[in-house]
Design a protein around this ligand. Structure first.
Ligand code: PGA
Length: 282
């Protein structure tokens, strides 16, 4: 069961629905290590035929790095410039270039057409031993390059069962936000997307209930407002973990929900367009 009270370090009550001045919803597709050049072409043609764009819902696709260029080309050819591109990985250091074989920097991603950068995804934490310090560095480099970080946080099944959900997320948020140098170009707000992705829901078919996701989202928002008000105004909190057309609407209807991060279902153009349409109708 989810602990329904806030850790003592957060003194304000959550304010459900308090979304700052942002009414925008995000639908974010995480393709992980899937796809091919041909897939990008056929997927985008199909997506363009299903999608009815709306200025209130932002669609971001995060392909494997090698297909960013192909995605840019398809967006241009199909004249669908409202689709934005996010990257799944960047070099976790302050250098924008250097002798780091196999890496690519946030500024290279920005130059290649990306506007967003995923970081802290549980698959990178688990399979690539990504550390909190590396995630902070990725966030810092993202801001320096003009990219918006999409920071993934979430608890394991064991941690949820031990009622440690908020403690785990507090640790992840604290290590990211407390170590941050606010970018010089930031004036009154710093854009940040936090993706609540419970590990037990990623790729498992198990999805957090709308009530479970709402409780965590409201808590995250209250925590940031209380501890890091500089980030509160530009903050969006999205949910990820086994999102499908069948469960998207109920999740999106929650007051503290700013959108969805979708893995498996985002490889199906019709399903992604359907989830997008549901976000438009909210
Ligand atoms: P899933 O993945 O939708 O396949 O569960 C979500 C994610 O890992 O971002």
């Amino acid at each position: 069961m989810l602990r329904m009270c806030l850790p003592i370090s957060v003194i304000k009550e959550p304010s459900p629905g308090a979304k700052g001045d942002k009414a925008l919803l995000y639908i974010i597709a995480n393709w992980k290590m899937h796809g091919s050049k041909t897939f990008v072409q056929t997927f985008m043609q199909s997506l363009a035929s299903y999608l009815v764009p709306d200025s209130g819902v932002s669609l971001i696709i995060c392909p494997p790095t090698l297909y960013i260029q192909s995605l840019c080309e398809q967006i241009k050819i199909l004249n669908i410039p409202f689709i934005q591109i996010g990257a799944q990985h960047s070099f976790a250091g302050s250098q924008t270039e250097g002798a780091f074989t196999g890496e690519h920097s946030a500024s290279m991603l920005q130059e290649s057409g990306c506007r967003y950068l995923l970081m802290g995804h549980s698959e990178r934490r688990q399979y690539f031993a990504q550390t909190e310090a590396q995630i902070v560095q990725q966030g810092q480099s993202a801001y320096n390059a003009g990219l918006v970080p999409i920071l993934c946080v979430g608890e394991s099944l064991e941690q949820r069962q031990a009622a440690q959900t908020f403690e785990v997320i507090e640790g992840q948020l604290e290590s990211f936000l407390s170590n941050f140098q606010i970018p010089v170009q930031a004036k009154d707000k710093v854009d940040l997307i936090i993706a609540y992705e419970p590990l037990w829901a990623i790729g498992t078919g198990l999805v957090a209930t709308p009530e479970q996701s709402e409780a965590v989202h409201a808590w995250i928002r209250a925590y940031v407002e209380d501890r890091y008000p500089r980030f509160a105004k530009g903050l969006s909190v999205v949910y990820g973990g086994s999102v499908k057309p069948a469960n998207a609407e109920a999740l999106l209807a929650q007051p503290s929900m700013d959108g969805l991060l979708i893995g498996g279902s985002s490889m199906d153009a019709e399903a992604l367009a359907d989830i997008y349409a549901k976000a438009v109708s909210i």
